[in-house]
Design a protein. Structure first.
Length: 305
């Protein structure tokens, strides 16, 4: 199978490329220098020339809560442009299969129960990442419309819960929660200063180790699984922000103090996806929180060294 993976140099993309089944296929993994995904002409010519059997679209501009608050237009514009260019060209050149990677940020704010695929667009979005969410929703709707044209096009959007793991970003301007916690606690160990937690630590989040998500994508391809147009990929359970700090502290052997800054934004009080559809498959996630955090901490320490 000839598979085009966009964003192959990012966290998700690199884990996809290394997956035991996906790595055995004929992979197209252009870098940003080789293919500017924001350039409609370049994208169209690339797909026309290479004619992939399947596209896994994992490229995009990503960042943590602060980056999303400060740059909503950039997150909207770049992700919308990239996604629409890929989807439009795939449709134009009759690419038969597409796995578009969405985000649980696409769902409305205010839900404290597990969020189902049918909840999309039923209420206002979380304001702290609205630009990013609007772009991801628009691209996902384009995928849905093409899938609705008939069985010829097997297009789907996978909606993972929060992901973390090997090849994650530890840059403070881009990092998500768990790598940010690792950096903060590592710095606190060096300086002796307390660790500052945004909010009161009670907000709840669901985090999956990225190798598990890559394994599910590989499972779909290897077993020729036909999924619904939207499919949540998560764990079905979550932890508080404070518990994530405690889990990282345990691995790093941090004995210092935690302090809470309730003036800082924390986003939704709870965000967990409903995985009833996912559970109808035979696939299950393998990594516990403890195992996943140990692996990402080991990766971070090796990268620092």
């Amino acid at each position: 199978m000839k598979i085009l993976i966009t964003g192959a140099s990012g966290m998700v993309g690199r884990n996809l490329v290394e997956h035991y089944f996906i790595s055995t296929q004929n992979l197209l993994t252009p870098s940003s220098k080789e293919l500017d995904l924001c350039n409609e002409y370049e994208v169209d010519k690339y797909i026309e020339m290479h004619r992939p059997d399947c596209i896994i679209h994992s490229a995009g501009r990503v960042g943590g809560i602060q980056a999303n608050i400060e740059n909503p237009y950039e997150f909207l514009h770049q992700n919308l442009k990239i996604g629409i260019n890929i989807v439009n060209s795939a449709y134009k050149h009759n690419v038969k299969q597409m796995i578009n990677l969405g985000s649980s940020c696409m769902y409305p704010s205010g839900f404290e129960r597990p969020i189902s695929e049918s909840d999309m667009l039923t209420a206002p979005l979380e304001t702290t990442n609205e630009g990013y969410a609007l772009a991801k929703i628009t691209v996902a709707k384009a995928v849905e419309y093409i899938a609705g044209t008939g069985s010829l096009y097997r297009y789907t959007t996978l909606i993972p819960c929060n992901l973390y793991g090997k090849y994650d970003s530890f840059d403070s301007s881009k990092s998500h929660l768990i790598p940010a916690i690792i950096v903060k606690i590592s710095n606190a160990i060096k300086t002796g200063e307390p660790v500052i937690i945004w909010g009161d630590g009670s907000a709840r989040r669901e985090f999956m180790y990225v190798e598990d998500f890559a394994d599910f994508v590989g499972y779909i391809l290897q077993n020729d699984i036909i999924t619904s147009v939207y499919l949540n990929v998560g764990l079905g359970y979550d932890y508080t922000i404070k518990e994530y700090y405690q889990a990282v502290a345990k691995v790093l052997n941090y004995k210092g103090e935690f302090q809470f800054d309730t003036s800082k934004p924390v986003g939704m009080k709870r965000k967990i996806v409903n995985i009833e559809q996912l559970n109808r498959t035979e696939w299950r996630a393998k990594y516990s929180l403890e195992d996943g955090i140990q692996k990402i901490v080991d990766y971070y320490i090796n990268e620092e060294a």
